[in-house]
Write a protein that binds this ligand. Structure first.
Ligand code: HEM
Length: 186
């Protein structure tokens, strides 16, 4: 039998002259242990790398009080989701639905995108609003004080649905209130 130093491989010669390679039980157990230790070390290293990535990601997600309203609201996708819900509510409202009757899908998409751009830009996001000013866009629609109140109620309900905190909700509502004089005609 030949045993190779530093390895757990032993070779025995059989009667027929052919060689058999085998691992003794002790060698095998030792090999298993060292293999397990190696794997454990690799696992620990991987775990550390994963934790570091998670920590880095989490720190980039932390929103501070000094951040723009845009960021505190959750950024573009969050604003887009709020916009979609808000428009759906306006368009299906009994009293406000009349403003959207006859609008093609494309026109609705256009209004949706412009509203989103406007909200994004007004809250400090990286968007540019290229639509018309509020007075021009709503002139002749005959939006009443009552229409406005219903619209605001839908907006509040939408923000609540998305669990927007009170501070951010108040900031959105106070920014919108400045537009009322340009939108309400009656
Ligand atoms: C009850 C309230 C409101 C009603 C019924 C209403 C209705 C409408 C309608 C029917 C249009 C399409 C006009 C057209 O293309 O001929 C429009 C456009 C638009 N509205 Fe309003 N709106 C309301 C409030 C608001 C508010 C509060 C904002 C801003 C936050 C807003 C932002 C816009 C924008 C950005 C456009 C597109 C402007 C453009 O075409 O260049 N609207 N709105």
């Amino acid at each position: 039998m030949k045993r190779f130093e530093g390895t757990s491989i032993a070779i025995t010669e059989s009667k027929s002259g052919s060689e058999r390679v085998f691992l003794s039980r002790v060698d095998f157990t030792a090999r298993c242990h060292s293999q397990m230790e190696k794997e454990e070390r690799a696992l620990r290293k991987n775990l550390f790398v994963i934790l570091a990535i998670v920590a880095l990601f989490a720190s980039s997600q932390i929103v501070s009080a000094q951040d723009s309203l845009y960021k505190r609201l959750g950024g573009y996708d969050a604003l887009a989701a709020v916009t979609d819900k808000f428009i759906a509510r306006l368009a299906t409202d009994k009293q406000l639905g009349r403003f959207f009757v006859g609008a093609s899908d494309d026109s609705k998409k256009r209004i949706r995108q412009l509203l989103l751009d406007q909200l994004c830009a007004a809250t400090g996001g990286p968007c540019v609003y290229l639509g018309r000013d509020m007075k021009t866009a709503h002139k002749g629609l005959g939006i009443t004080e009552s229409d406005w109140d219903i619209g605001i109620r839908h907006l509040v309900a939408t923000l609540d649905e998305f669990k927007v905190p009170k501070r951010e909700k108040d900031e959105v509502l106070s920014a919108l209130s400045t537009l009322k004089k340009d939108i309400v005609e009656k």
